[in-house]
Design a protein around this ligand. Structure first.
Ligand code: F6R
Length: 664
């Protein structure tokens, strides 16, 4: 959902900003742009619709941006430098700049709507992540003043408003840094909505302002001249970004901005303020993370690589938590007080998209093993309902990114009501993790493909471990059953390893090719695998743009069956267990309507009368019903992948999507 970058320091800002934007490409790819200040204190903006590479090509071709103090007067010289270090200018000038990649909200994905935006007077430049809810009113006010917006964006209102406030109060004449600081603070008070901003003013070539309200923003501090973390100000070099991954290549000393904080970054140091201008002490944290390895490791797409990483991801997720089947599960470190978990009598699971589907799998496992009610809530809906939080309700937030705006807000509301919050995430440094009572990292490793695969499996592993640990604490399931489950869980990575090396993949590829021409598809399953049917349909729509829906097999006859004829493929998940016979009946009902039947089945062999219902059967190894979603989801991920690949779609960066959804 848009990625923003800011830089202030002695290095060449162009390659640094581009490389940082590259780390944020998962947040959007509708357009990219960069703004710099030249020696004559003129703001220069270069932007381009489409992926970051288009901006890179434009910068290389146009070469019309010269950062301060660079004698060459051409961005090409700066840009073609092999790395930031080599490109550093040592002439003592401070450089500053900002960059943006966009996920469009207001206005089409074109050059004009791309960020950075400047005001009519070209005094100020802004990059923004978030949504300004009162943008329409502001736009009308600004137009009445004679400021003509050139873009359709909400962001342009921010920069026009900053210029308007700056001019109106006569600060243009006084020109002091303090006056502009006041202008920034005053302007923020007029904005409604969510925003992370980087602001540059051409009159202040050694200062950047950064702001956060309900959108992520971190400040990386390089070369601190004063290492004491409890001092309010220190000099240095700063890299600002929407995500630590873009900062880590430069420094691991990070200030995580909180909502409604404003930071003024300059050669004189960092001045952190609340939104009323009160100076507060920044807390610098040392983050233990290595730079992002963006490498397909020989796979054609990140998605395929990430699907193949799943056995190792399960191993990582289990590591140290499930030592031996006879030992109790230990999800939480020894220092974490889990007494409150013993009393938990109800769970509310909150998430969006794939994480919501993982939550549904968790519901089946927890209700089955622990015998307590679990409600699974779509965060965007839940945040506008009246949350019902009883004294022993545990709220479980599930989010790969830990930054999903709806999930974050829904959780905040339950926390206000006194709920304990447990977050299951792939990002321990995320806003969600930082605001929770308990955090369970899923350890999936960075997921580059926008379409979630390994993070889903890892979330399901952690939820299953949570179900077993709660069952052990509540003594709600016989020990022998739990031990049998744990034994199988340990076997799972090897089972998946051999599956991914088997000729089942060739079969999936062949079936995918056969069915890639159908415009619609249904996915059906029952019990534990019903959420996998939802997830299978979601994967297919996301990357192939084929319309697909997931249903419980039992729901089919309550409406969707009307759509069935020989133009509708129905993908069915058949696993042994409590609902197998019921699922077979549902497949029979669909086959009787001439639907094009496909199955993913771990029943070997399928009885002749069942096998004959299907045009194609994708094999799968068998495992305990409770664990089966970790296996059944894999052929469905591959099915979606091979269809999208066959259709020539942009698998890793599907249209209209972004990996981190930080707007409502
Ligand atoms: C689908 C997908 C999305 C995310 C959803 C929530 O492949 O990735 O549906 O699952 O946007 O994101 P997180 O898990 O980051 O909260």
């Amino acid at each position: 959902m848009c990625g923003i970058v800011g830089y202030l320091g002695p290095s060449n800002p162009v390659p640094l900003i581009i490389e940082s934007l590259r780390c944020l490409e998962y947040r959007g790819y509708d357009s990219a742009g960069i703004a710099l200040l030249d020696d004559a204190q003129q703001l220069h903006v270069v932007k381009s619709a489409g992926k970051l590479q288009n901006l890179v090509d434009r910068l290389a071709a146009e070469g019309n941006v010269a950062p301060r103090g660079d004698g060459s007067n051409a961005v090409t010289t700066l840009f073609s430098a092999p790395n930031t270090q080599a490109a550093s200018t040592t002439n003592g000038h401070t450089h500053l700049g900002m960059g943006h990649i966009r996920w469009a909200t207001h206005g089409a994905a074109n050059d004009v709507n791309a960020h950075p935006h400047m005001g009519t007077e070209r005094q100020i430049a802004v990059v923004h992540n978030g949504i300004i809810e009162n943008y329409y009113t502001l736009r009308q006010q600004l137009q009445a003043e004679g400021r003509t917006p050139v873009s359709e964006t909400d962001t342009e209102c921010i920069v026009q408003l900053l210029e308007s406030n700056w001019a109106a109060k006569g600060r243009l004449e006084t020109g002091s840094l303090e006056a502009f600081r006041k202008t920034v603070i005053e302007t923020l008070g007029q904005l409604q909505g969510a925003f992370a901003l980087v602001i540059m003013h051409r009159q202040f070539p050694e200062t950047l302002w950064v702001v956060r309200r309900q959108a992520p923003l971190v400040i990386g501090i390089k070369d601190i001249t004063n290492h004491a973390s409890n001092k309010p100000a220190f000099g240095g070099e700063f890299v600002v970004a929407s995500d630590t991954v873009a900062v880590i290549p430069h420094t691991n000393r990070i200030v995580f901005l909180k909502d409604d904080e404003v930071a003024e970054l300059s050669t004189a140091g960092l001045r952190l303020m609340t939104q009323d201008g009160t100076v507060i002490t920044p807390v610098i944290e040392t983050v233990d993370a290595s730079p992002l390895q963006i490498d397909k490791k020989g796979f054609r797409h990140f998605m395929l690589k990430e699907i193949h990483e799943q056995p190792d991801v399960i191993r990582q997720s289990l590591s140290g938590r499930l030592q031996h089947p006879e030992d109790p599960i230990q999800l939480f470190g020894a220092s974490v007080d889990i007494t409150a978990l013993k009393a938990v009598d109800r769970l509310v699971v909150i998430g969006c998209g794939t994480s919501l589907n993982a939550g549904l799998v968790g519901k089946y496992a927890i209700e089955d093993l622990v015998g307590i009610p679990v409600s699974v809530e779509s965060a965007g809906e839940y945040r506008y309902r009246r949350p019902i939080i009883t004294p022993n309700t545990l709220v479980v937030a599930i989010s790969q990114s830990g930054e999903t705006a709806d999930t974050l807000e829904a959780v905040r509301q339950t926390a206000k009501l006194g709920a304990k919050v447990l977050t299951i995430t792939n990002r321990e440094d995320s806003s969600l993790a930082r605001e929770s009572d308990y955090v369970l990292p899923v350890r999936a490793g960075i997921e580059v493909s926008v379409c979630a695969t390994k993070s889903f499996t890892a979330q399901v592993v952690v939820l299953t471990l949570l179900a077993i640990q709660l069952a052990e604490m509540h003594e709600s399931t016989p020990t022998a059953c739990l031990q049998a489950l744990k034994t199988e869980l340990v076997r799972l990575p090897a089972l998946l390893d051999s599956y991914l090396a088997s000729d089942a993949l060739g079969k999936i590829q062949e079936v995918a090719k056969t069915f890639s021409g159908f415009p619609n598809m249904l996915f059906i399953a029952r019990g534990m695998n019903y959420p996998v049917a939802l997830e299978g349909a979601l994967k297919l729509k996301e990357i192939s743009y084929i319309h697909a829906e997931g249903y419980s097999g039992s729901e089919l006859k309550h409406g969707p069956i009307a759509m069935l004829d020989n133009t509708m493929p129905v993908m069915s998940i058949l696993t042994p267990g409590t609902v197998f016979d019921k699922m077979v009946s549902n497949c029979q009902e669909a086959a009787a309507r001439d639907a094009r039947m496909i199955a993913v089945s771990s029943v070997e062999p399928l009885a002749e009368n069942v096998a004959s219902l299907f045009e194609a059967i994708i094999p799968l190894p068998a495992c305990d019903e409770v664990l089966s979603p970790m296996l059944t989801s894999v052929p469905l991920q591959l099915f979606a992948y091979y269809i999208a690949e066959h259709l020539g779609k942009d698998v890793d960066q599907p249209r209209n999507l972004a990996k981190s959804v930080t707007v409502e």
